[in-house]
Write a protein that binds this ligand. Sequence first.
Ligand code: ADP
Ligand code: MG
Length: 630
Amino acid sequence: MGKIHILDEHIANQIAAGEVVERPASVVKELVENSIDAGSTKIDVAVEEGGLRLIRVTDNGSGIEADDCEAAFFRHATSKLAVGKDLYQIRSLGFRGEALPSIAAVAKVECITASNTQGLGRKVVIEGGKVTAFDQTSASRGTDILVKDLFYNTPARLKYMKTIQTEFGHISDYMYRLALAHPNIAFSLSHNDNILLQTLGNGDLLQNIAAIYGTSMAKGMLPVKAESLDYTLEGYITKPEITRANRTSMSFIVNGRYIRNYALAQAILQAYHTLLPIHRFPLTVIHIGMDPSLVDVNVHPAKLEVRFSKEAELVQFLQQALSRILGKQVLIPEASKPSPKHNVIQEQLQLYATAALSPAPSSTSTPISSMPPSTMAPVISPRAVNEAKSSFNPFRDNSSWRERDIPQKEQQRDLGLTPQQMMEIYPQAEETKALPAFPKLYPIGQMRGTYIIAQNEEGLYLIDQHAAHERINYEKYYDLFGNPQEASQDLLVPMTLEFTPSDAETVRGRLPLFEQAGVYLEHFGGNTLIVRSYPHWFPKGEEKHIIEEMAEWIIREKKAVDVGKLREKSAILCSCKASIKANQSLTLPEIEALLERLARCKIPYTCPHGRPIVVSFTNYELEKMFKRVM
Ligand code: ADP
Ligand code: MG
């Protein structure tokens, strides 16, 4: 007799549960997705002990018809697919018919559901994968599912559960994504009777972003709206000065389904290129709409990953759309808008509290370092005061230079934000004289040899002198690296570079690339290479470091390096080495010269590493701080 036999349904379901029900958050996800598919406008989730003791999802959707109540818990039973070709046109979140039987295989389930409004429903109780009760009951239209003692019969899985907080963390994270994906559904989430999320379901995505990430985040967001032949984009992204430490704050929703996708995340980071500090990420919520035939959702048991049939096209569309939006912003963060990152106000107030104790000289010609902060307020013109009183905000409302108006013609082009593309676009825009200039700033002084303090009619400005100088130098070197070979000079005494065997091998394979940066290397034998020549304008005394760092970068980045990126990287290396450091005192004429050169930069708002150069305090904000206006 043969040894092969068909597994009994309960074991098959337990096996499927291994994939579908990884942890309590998976149960929440599957149940809430069913509620969404049922057309609910209100979904309440109550959880106890991280979901291990109880998960209850109550909705006001279509309900399950009496005849279907038991079938819903059978394997591969679904109302969402009928024929094979439906699989290529999926509009619902579920379709595999696996969730309910899988959950019922590893927990005790109770389901009360009604598909009518007559107050009559059904109650099904399932334990150990078997229906133990099936009764009529009074119920309002919708479905109420209780999942108790998850993994009670699979101790191995239970052992892998983390702390209650961690498990609940996964649940709330998923609920956040669902709320971002469906702003027209009113969600609530509670844990051990504490309500942790409540959304109104009025369709306002920004309100949900505020409910989840806080209002100050939501206030710093830019709307996204774009459309191509195949795709629509809608959502919000943060201004570059508002960043987060975690890349998971980028959410993608494809046809109402929250998904994770590496290529799309890269497209976003590319759009913010050089505008973000390293290891910082934007907060983004992007809804992508497309014909279901363009996306395969059947590649992952939890359907968190999908496959796009034209991924490269979608990635490019997304990146260009975001670059265009970011390119329209003038990027001076307002110091008085504290964000988790730039908590300037708090520091300012502390500074004021200490300074108030010291006597106050009043002349503005006093070195700034010895001035109490109250004298830092710029001379305020009567006009500015009036405007401030009528809550005029020169940075937001009037947009004189805060909102950079890229000429219509330029808007229609693809404003990629790589420095190279910026360089190509901005000079043209400047020629048309349509770009409002960087504000004229009048220096007041320098603070701790690090920040330049300046003012104009609109308010007070702090400028990071190192970042400013780096930007100026970066743009200079970027131009020079456009044709570095011309400036390359032979060395009388060649310089030697030592590498590990594998690194030496890599460098030898990329000699033509070095030549593109004007650096001519030769193999000397063993793991040694010699530098024959490099451009004469490399910062003096730093030449060897620069070439070594260039090599290190090429080794590390491997094949990802191309001429454009090399030009950018080399310009950054040179600008870093050539720039004034913090703690260097500058004379007033030196400060003036620096500000003037900064104003002539193509992107005078962030250093090449993406850190801000200028932080501003508007007159109005200053007056508010001193309670001159309310
Ligand atoms: P799938 O969602 O892949 O179809 P499930 O096992 O999650 O499979 O659910 C099985 C079926 O039960 C669904 O197709 C649907 O008809 C019904 N169902 C489940 N949950 C609900 C709900 N909250 N409201 C209405 N119908 C539901
Ligand atoms: Mg389902």
